[in-house]
Structures are given as structure tokens and as C-alpha cells.
Design a protein around this ligand. Structure first.
Ligand SMILES: [Zn+2]
Ligand SMILES: [Zn+2]
Length: 216
């Protein structure tokens, strides 16, 4: 489902004036929910539009790699993941982030991204932030905040990438909260689980083993 289009914010920098014509930021910010509407995982339908000189270079949304099954068709792929804030939460890992899909599209079609501005649903995760820095993005405009984005903010600031947040509030994930509350399918500790989780499990298993009295 496509999120309601964000309403343009009054801005002294906006050329809207009496005509009601959106500023460039307002124009591209309003495209983001449209792109996000194509996402294929309801755990977080986000989108992103990459722009240079007021022209769209590429776009991306949360989805599986081309040709692979989508969550909306075959269900999620659950894993326990250590997040940027150190918390361990259950995530769907079937899909590629919107920013990463946009970068992949640029790579596929040979589109340089140096000097671009990225408009996205929420502040990028740390991995995406590092990738955006690496390809030469100069500015990130996020519609909302990502609850675990402190590392991303630090990375972008250290790299001199400007970060603007359109609405100063956290992005909400209704389906993620529901899934967590209802108990998402127990994630199997198989390949794909982050090392910290596996190490923790092994440590717990060893502790249990040590507690078992030795047989005589
Ligand atoms: Zn999913
Ligand atoms: Zn990301």
C-alpha cells in the first residue's frame, strides 16, 4: 500500500510562493512514497530516489533481487540480526534495502552517482550509509528518522554528507511490531545468522554443558 503523499512543508527556501508550485525538495520528497509502494516486503516498505541537478538518476525500493521470490508471494525469511544500536531483533532478510537496490540499478546501467542527493523513506542503515558515502552521494534527505540511525548519522557527518530529515519523527513499522508481538516464526540459527548471535548460543550451550554433573 502506498503511504499518503507527504504534504509540502512551508519553507523560506521554497520557490512555491503564490503559485503553489513545489520546490525541488518537495517534488522529490513526494515521489518517495510512490516508489516505496512497489516494495515487496510488508516488514518495511521503503523507497529511494537518487537525483542530480534536479533530475532523477535512478530509484529503488525494498525487494528481492530480480528473478528471486518476493515476501509478498512466498512469505518472509526470518533471521535474528544484531542491529546498529546493538539490540538483537528478528528481521526479514529476503530483500535488499531500497538504497542498495538503487545503487545496483546505477551499477547495472553505468550511472555515476558522485554529487547526487538521495531522497529516502527513512534515515539509511549504517551499511547503506557507508555505501552512499562510497559512491559519492553529497546529501541525504530522509522523510523520517530510523530508530537505530545514530551510527549512520555519525558516518555521514564524518564524511561531510549533509543529512536532512523532513519529518522529525521515527518511521513506524506496523507489521513489524505485530510480527514481533505475535512471535515471528522462531528464527533458525542457520547460515545468515550474525556471528554475535551464534557465539552467544554457543556460549549458552557450553554453559549448560558445564552445569551438567559428570557421569561417574
Ligand atoms: Zn519480508
Ligand atoms: Zn540499508
Amino acid at each position: 500500500m502506498t503511504e499518503a503523499l507527504p504534504q509540502p512543508q512551508p519553507s523560506s527556501a521554497s520557490p512555491s510562493g503564490a503559485t503553489g508550485r513545489p520546490s525541488w525538495d518537495e517534488y522529490f520528497v513526494q515521489l518517495v512514497p510512490l516508489v516505496a509502494g512497489r516494495a515487496t516486503c510488508d516488514r518495511g516498505r521503503s523507497g529511494c530516489v537518487i537525483v542530480r541537478d534536479h533530475r532523477i538518476v535512478c530509484s529503488g525500493y525494498v525487494g528481492s533481487p530480480p528473478g528471486l521470490p518476493h515476501c509478498d508471494d512466498v512469505g518472509h525469511l526470518w533471521r535474528n540480526v544484531v542491529e546498529d544500536d546493538g539490540g538483537i531483533r528478528t528481521h526479514c532478510v529476503r530483500t535488499i534495502h531500497a538504497e542498495q537496490n538503487a545503487l545496483a540499478q546505477a551499477a547495472k546501467y553505468g550511472l555515476p552517482l558522485a554529487g547526487t542527493t538521495v531522497y529516502c523513506t527513512m534515515e539509511p542503515c549504517a551499511t547503506c550509509a557507508m555505501l552512499l558515502i562510497s559512491v559519492g552521494v553529497e546529501r541525504v534527505v530522509a522523510l523520517r528518522r530510523y530508530h537505530a540511525a545514530q551510527q549512520s548519522r555519525d558516518l555521514l557527518a564524518a564524511a561531510g554528507v549533509q543529512l536532512d530529515v523532513w519529518y522529525d519523527e521515527d518511521q513506524q513499522y506496523p507489521n513489524q511490531l505485530n510480527a514481533d508481538a505475535a512471535g515471528a516464526p522462531a528464527p533458525d540459527l542457520a547460515p545468515g545468522v550474525v556471528a554475535g548471535t551464534v557465539a552467544g548460543s554457543v556460549a549458552a550451550a557450553l554453559a549448560d554443558e558445564a552445569a551438567v554433573p559428570e557421569a561417574e
